[in-house]
Design a protein around this ligand. Sequence first.
Ligand SMILES: [Zn+2]
Length: 349
Amino acid sequence: MIRVELLLAAQGDAILIEYGKKKNSLHRVLIDGGIKGSYVHLKKRLMQIPKEQRVFDLLVITHIDADHIGGIIELLKDESLEITFKDIWFNGFKHLSSKKVRGVLQGELVSKYLMQKKLPWNKLFKGKAVRVRGRRFKPVVLDGGMEIILLSPTKKALEKLFPFWEKEIQKLQEKLQKPLVLAPKPPLKSKKIDIQKLIQIPYEKDDSLTNQSSIAFLASYEGKTMLFGGDATQEILLESIKKYRPKCQALYLDLFKVPHHGSCNNISKKLLDRIKCGRYLISTNGAIYNHPDASAIAKIIKYGGYKSDIYFNYKTAQTAIWAKKSLQKKYSYRAHYPKNEDEGIVITL
Ligand SMILES: [Zn+2]
């Protein structure tokens, strides 16, 4: 059994994966923690797990953007949860370059907590960077038997971030100090959806250095394979997929957490043509960036396979436009939304 839950994380990601054979001995992985303000939701959910089971196989902190790391900083500070992680994957400053780096930069809270609390840090990589290693796609096997294959970041992407790390950490600090943003922007004027027109919008690549440094990976268990895209770029994902599945073999997936909250800069026909998948997951409440972009969803509908399911963890102005029954019928897809406003969405495989 695999259960994937896109928790309420405002404009960010907080993903809980539970897997295992027995209900009372499940294995767990957490990917990211959403924004600082959405930590309440993450905490509420983690508290529902019986205390004796709060031993996670893995915590993945994909990259240093506030919508992924804000809730993680709160989680690492919070002693009341009594949660432990067998390993924590996070690429800090020391992992970006082979140049020797001393200590932790001021404001780099995650590295500080990991060191102060002596938490396991990239243990399954012998303390080294969590990244793609050439053409070797050797799986990392978690205790419960889940196999993980990294698709992003590459060595090159981490090195590119190295000279800008301090600046990015400063940006992060400013964002973390801003008032909490939980509510999505006011609804957009309802637009008529024209999928044929939307798919014509040209793809423009994501140049963000922090997104290029995002961890993205394949996770397989009991014959099911999932791709958790973090905020990774299409270029890096494609580069890895081509090496992992050469000779144009399609990459078969049971679930794809679409990168960067369904931004039109991170997914296009080129990537969708390379994978075969029936379930697409979008995590965002649309705040600040108005994600997901309509053209990205249109391309998923058009090129993402016949009768695919699209799961949104918020029903917002940007996501509700895909609920129209006539549109779902015409283009053979199904849109899914949370049953209640105070919970995310669950996908069971
Ligand atoms: Zn993000």
